[in-house]
Design a protein around this ligand. Structure first.
Ligand SMILES: [Zn+2]
Length: 300
């Protein structure tokens, strides 16, 4: 019986796969850009990654991290940024490629949290919120040392905690969600509205570089994003009693520009005694967290 499992991380930007051993080492990994368009074009990329990674080798199980929303029970996924997939039967389709091998699907946020808990910044934590601050803001929970997905597997989707009740519309149908303030493209759009002069195609990395050399509007954009993320963390911590928030994703690469206002906001809003020990730390596994967490899902 093999110890290796196949881990997949499927999102609107990339499809990644790897063979992962019991220690969490990723042995053979493949990553391709996600073809959007028809459901089957996107699926073909997933099938090709599975084939390139497995190459006929035995795998004990398959863990899949998918952009959400997901339905972990049904094994279907409806990623907002993969418009062709609505209720797509990802677990069933992967099972058809590898008959007899158990397959589990979870959200990419929950898998990131699980990966960081297993081998990253959350190793000493039992009650952990993992956040990915990137194009959007996602996340997941590990509670009592176990992944907590909630009813459908989407618990911890912190980007939709409301931080500005009269704020900008969000694709979820609400307004003023943390993602509308702290998602990278939203930060850039806000900075432009305040008068930031930037080339076409400017992204959160360019915004961070400008903030890093002291430009006031970009600095304010990070201050605002950090506050939004900090408020969402504080709200979640008060509800589920956390000891750690681990923050990763492209926007978090800005370091102190984002983490300073997050920590300040958390300190300002977490006055209850049970939140005294709450820490906010940068993620350590980078882009591998989803794959590692997906593997952990099925390694148990
Ligand atoms: Zn929302």
């Amino acid at each position: 019986m093999t110890d290796l499992v196949l881990a997949l991380d499927v999102g609107g930007t990339k499809v990644a796969g790897g063979l992962v051993d019991r220690g969490g080492a990723v042995r053979r990994s493949v990553r391709v850009a996600t073809p959007l368009g028809s459901a089957e074009r996107t699926w073909d990329a997933v099938a090709s990654v599975v084939e390139q990674v497995v190459r006929g080798e035995d795998v004990a199980a398959v863990g899949i991290a998918s952009a959400g929303p997901v339905d972990a029970g049904a094994g279907t996924v409806s990623p907002i940024n993969v418009p062709g997939w609505r209720g797509f039967p990802l677990r069933e389709r992967v099972s058809e490629l590898l008959p007899g091998v158990p397959v589990e699907v979870a959200g990419d946020g929950p898998c990131m949290a699980l990966g960081e808990h297993w081998l990253g910044a959350g190793r000493d934590s039992r009650f952990l919120l993992g956040l990915v601050v990137s194009t959007g803001v996602g996340g997941g929970l590990v509670l009592g040392g176990r992944p907590f997905g909630g009813r459908t597997g989407n618990a911890g989707h912190i980007g939709h905690v409301v931080v500005e009740p009269d704020g900008d519309p969000c694709p979820c149908g609400g307004r003023g969600c943390a993602e509308t303030v702290a998602g990278g493209p939203r930060m850039v759009a806000w900075a432009r509205r305040q008068g930031w002069q930037a080339p076409d195609g400017a992204d959160a990395a360019l915004l961070a570089a400008a903030a890093g050399v002291g430009e006031e509007i970009p600095k304010a954009a990070f201050e605002r994003a950090g506050r939004a993320v900090g408020l969402a963390i504080a709200a979640t911590a008060a509800v589920v009693d956390l000891d750690l928030a681990v923050v990763g994703g492209g926007v978090a690469q800005a370091g102190g520009l984002l983490f300073d206002p997050i920590r300040r906001t958390v300190a300002d809003h977490c006055g209850l005694s049970y939140l005294d020990g709450l820490r906010v730390e940068p993620a350590r596994l980078g882009g591998q967290a989803g794959l590692v967490g997906a593997a952990r899902l099925v390694l148990g």
